[in-house]
Write a new protein. Sequence first.
Length: 135
Amino acid sequence: MKRIVLGIGLACIMAGMLAAQSGPFGAPAEAVTVSGNLALVNGRIAVKSGNTIYYVAGIQQLIGFIDGLKEGATVTLEGSASSIPVAPEYRFLWVSALKFNGKEYDLSTTAMPGHMMQRNFQYMPGRGKNRPTKY
């Protein structure tokens, strides 16, 4: 019985390691530079470049803090993009650098997929070590 459980556990670990080698949607991420105007597409921040719409992750915390960074602003974004298999005209872009109004912003420490979600999960009310005792 212990061998069966150990074998299943090792199989799950190997499957996880293989899945971690590719992007979040199964395709490997590639480095891209995208220029265009910020827009809201399906409720998400996006940039259209040619026939491709890039959903942008990593700049939402800057909107409202950088003057003029809002919908319609012209930006140049650098980062890694993954395709979405069910919608080939859309891609998901993790921003590592933002160029806007002649200034460059390094976002490489904040644009890691899952980085902020893992950090904030433990501080959500009712979860983790900071769970309130009374609501």
